[in-house]
Design a binder for this molecule. Structure first.
Ligand code: SF4
Ligand code: SF4
Length: 123
């Protein structure tokens, strides 16, 4: 992650949503997520430990939301963790990112400024 990654000073989504996925992503099933970091929520699905109830906070999240955080399972994290992107990270708005940040009093991320083009520019 780069120095400018907004997630490094946020972490709200890891402490707001239930992070659930197919049990086959767990290590005992050949996946990456350590079994002791999940809880079974249905016969087919697990949730990251700590996110199965409200208020949610993933056990793997270190630090203070809105200040500085780190995922201790970053290389082993599940598909929903890999797929959840900060708003505008790839040019797309993510309303769920906004929702999680709002719950912690953090403002929504804004799109990067577009380079200004002079109306008098000669091609
Ligand atoms: S595993 Fe890491 S990225 Fe996924 S919810 Fe937990 S702290 Fe967040
Ligand atoms: S809520 Fe958005 S900015 Fe905050 S950690 Fe999650 S994806 Fe990153």
């Amino acid at each position: 992650m780069s120095e400018t990654n907004p997630c490094l000073t946020c972490g709200a989504c890891c402490a707001y949503f239930r992070v659930s996925f197919f049990w086959g992503e767990c290590q005992s099933a050949g996946g990456t997520v350590p079994d002791d970091q999940v809880v079974l929520i249905t016969p087919q699905r697990v949730a990251m430990r700590g996110t199965e109830h409200k208020p949610a906070r993933c056990n793997a999240l270190l630090g203070n939301v809105g200040e500085g955080v780190r995922c201790t399972l970053y290389e082993q994290r599940s598909s929903p963790c890999r797929e959840f992107e900060a708003s505008w990270a790839n040019g797309e708005h993510n309303a769920r990112c906004d929702d999680a940040r709002k719950a912690y009093g953090l403002p929504p991320l804004t799109p990067p400024l577009q380079p200004s083009v002079s109306p008098n520019r000669v091609a």
